[in-house]
Design a protein around this ligand. Structure first.
Ligand SMILES: Nc1ncnc2c1ncn2[C@@H]1O[C@H](COP(=O)(O)OP(=O)(O)O)[C@@H](O)[C@H]1O
Ligand SMILES: [Mg+2]
Length: 408
């Protein structure tokens, strides 16, 4: 467990440096926060809190639900604060005994100032209105004196970050198939956010913000930095640069111009982390290898070289065709020019095709097995016919081929 103190590095833009107002009762209720422009207009804090279907919890309720924010119930820690495990009654949503009712995750803001409050409100604004199987569900919030908390559905397998990078017996290395399943789920979540229906830029796509349920479905959480996409006729949103070193797109870092393609770049970084099992940024690696994208890019295009950078823990679990396709997709997402990056819906299609390829591989194995058994026994089952067809289909298809509060 960490210190449960903000790990965010701040490097504010000159125009905003020193903007560090403390909480006060006044000042925020009238501050407008934009809403998903796909279907709503900007709303005030009161409007956001009143219109959402979220439960408003008292601080004491959440204190009881988490057994006084017990240190041994910390699920994780991010830039906003610590996240605790708790229990509530499934009908009344009041605090319940551990092990009864439904399990929740309670995020408690430990960061003072306007930025923390703004992120808390942004999360309620977006997650209170956007519903998708690949977005985490927000159940409620608490606003009491200086307390700011958020209550989510509990995600039993925690974050992708823990699974990829934590070395412990609890976190077994994720298999290739599960990695690709998680990549597809997360891509669907982002594609939904970018769709005309939602029109949201997520802005902080990284492994610690991808949560995993018991069936390895990926769900995006942490909407504190999410932003409305550009309104019609505009090419980008101008913001101060916020995000995470190693994940933020280069043009956004350089200019503050934010587009959905910035999220696509971050997706490419996460995909690369899944392929290599290495963090986007790691100062403990040898010089020249600190930045994963810079180091790995030259290896991604060749069948022979790519195996040098693949995560050794999943060796033998993938086909060369599958790996090359995934790597090609990562390269496209990581294009320096945003216009050469694919849209998230195209990324979803590519990852779906990769799943089909996987199924074909399985079929081919079955086909080979049935072929072998066929040589000793005659007759043909419909199952075998299907497998042989799949084998032929496979044989015919070649593998296609952050002035910036920035999280550390
Ligand atoms: N709903 C949840 N279920 C289980 N673990 C969670 C949940 N929400 C957050 N966590 C854990 O807490 C960590 C920090 O959560 P996050 O929402 O990213 O907070 P922050 O806004 O502070 O970055 C996550 O990386 C994850 O390990
Ligand atoms: Mg986070």
């Amino acid at each position: 467990m960490g210190s449960c103190f903000s790990a965010r590095i701040k490097a504010e833009s000159p125009s905003h440096a020193g903007w560090n107002s403390k909480y006060g009762k006044k000042g925020y209720s009238s501050s407008k926060l934009s809403s998903p422009s796909g279907f709503l207009t900007p709303r005030t804090e009161d409007e956001i809190l009143q219109s959402s279907n979220l439960k408003s919890f008292s601080f004491n309720e959440l204190k009881t639900a988490t057994r006084n924010f017990r240190p041994d119930s910390v699920l994780g820690e991010g830039g906003f604060g610590c996240v605790f495990k708790g229990w509530i009654d499934e009908h009344t949503f009041t605090a319940a005994k551990p092990g009864t009712g439904i399990v929740i995750a309670v995020k408690r803001l430990n960061q003072e100032g306007f930025q923390g409050h703004k992120e808390w409100l942004a999360e309620i604004n977006y997650l209170g209105q956007l519903y998708h199987p690949n977005l985490v569900k927000l159940i409620g919030y608490c606003l009491e004196d200086e307390h700011r908390l958020l209550v989510y559905e509990f995600m039993p397998r925690g974050s992708l970050e823990n699974h990829l990078f934590r070395r412990s017996s609890y976190f077994q290395p994720l298999s290739w198939n599960i990695r690709m399943k998680i990549a597809l789920g997360a891509a669907k979540g982002l594609a939904y956010l970018h769709s005309p229906e939602a029109k949201v830029i997520y802005r902080d796509f990284k492994t610690s913000n991808i949560l995993i349920d018991s069936n390895y479905n990926a769900k995006l959480s942490d909407f504190g930095l999410a932003k409305d996409g550009p309104s019609d006729g505009k090419s980008h949103v101008s913001t101060r640069v916020m995000g995470t070193y190693g994940y933020a797109a280069p043009e956004y870092m350089a200019t503050g111009h934010l587009t959905a393609k910035s999220d696509v770049y971050s997706f490419g970084v996460v995909l690369l982390e899944m392929l290599t099992g290495k963090r986007a940024m790691d100062k403990n690696r040898p010089p020249g290898e600190h930045n994963l994208v810079e180091w790995a890019k030259p290896y991604l295009t060749s069948k022979r070289r790519i195996l040098h950078v693949m995560d050794a823990r999943i060796e033998g679990q993938y086909s060369t065709g599958g790996v090359l396709r995934a790597a090609m997709l990562a390269i496209k997402c990581l294009a320096t020019e945003p216009k050469f990056r694919p849209k998230m819906e195209e990324v979803v299609k590519a990852l779906e095709q990769l799943q089909e390829l996987k199924d074909d591989d399985r079929d081919r194995k079955e086909s080979l097995q049935s072929h072998q058994s066929n040589s000793s026994s005659s007759g043909s089952s419909s199952h075998r016919k299907y497998a042989v067809e799949a084998f032929n289909r496979k044989a015919a298809s070649h593998p296609r081929p952050l002035a910036s509060p920035i999280h550390a």
